[in-house]
Design a protein around this ligand. Sequence first.
Ligand SMILES: Cc1cc2nc3c(=O)[nH]c(=O)nc-3n(C[C@H](O)[C@H](O)[C@H](O)COP(=O)(O)O)c2cc1C
Length: 234
Amino acid sequence: MACCIEQIKKHVSIRRFTGEPIPDEDLGEILEAARRAPTGWNLQPLSITVVRSKEKLRQLADAVGGQEHVANAAAFLVFSVDYAKIVAAGEQIGVKVIPRLANLYEALIDVGIASGWAALAAESLGYGIVYVALYENPCAVAEIIRAPRYVIPAVGLAVGRPAEQPQPRRRQPLEAIVDYEEYGDPREKSRLVAETYGARAVKLFTYVFDSEGYYASASEALQRCLREHGFSLQ
Ligand SMILES: Cc1cc2nc3c(=O)[nH]c(=O)nc-3n(C[C@H](O)[C@H](O)[C@H](O)COP(=O)(O)O)c2cc1C
């Protein structure tokens, strides 16, 4: 088991799994890593729904646009922003809890950290992982895991024994990401960004940012689902 500097350097997303199940002991270590992660106010406004049944994995794969690595994972961890348990705890102690935009923002950071720690724990145990966006159709995922009001699925982590070993993917150089003391030259950063993605940039940026593209429709679905699940966007 090697964590974490060397593990981090080796990271590559895995999208083909052997089909081997994940023992409870390993799953426990992965979930414990998420539980121990830092969290704003120590409030832990998140839940992790572990999905291992083939039937539910298939439903989830279909809900995220037919991503087969979800159907074939040993486990798929759905990380949700969860204010349901906080709202209910508030009722018990006589405090009205209304999750607002800033609470949502904070909880999403918590989800990012907790899922990142879980991912690292999984990789250090020899598992492959791939993150899966759930914001294309969050309410479909919410329905599959039966998430109540004030719970919204944020991101998923497919985990399994790797059946492939892809090359690590190129990242932006440190100079495009890190500045010291003050924000750096945006033109130099943009040059480095364009260089990183090269010929793929046009296709990638169009897919992600086009006014009719993925994130335009995902944003609509997300806003609708957030409202349906009781979240105020103010
Ligand atoms: C928030 C988030 C959402 C992602 N969603 C998906 C996804 O839906 N499907 C997928 O195959 N990969 C997804 N990925 C994985 C990225 O595509 C991957 O991390 C990136 O291309 C870099 O590759 P690497 O992880 O192999 O270094 C996601 C990653 C993150 C952090």
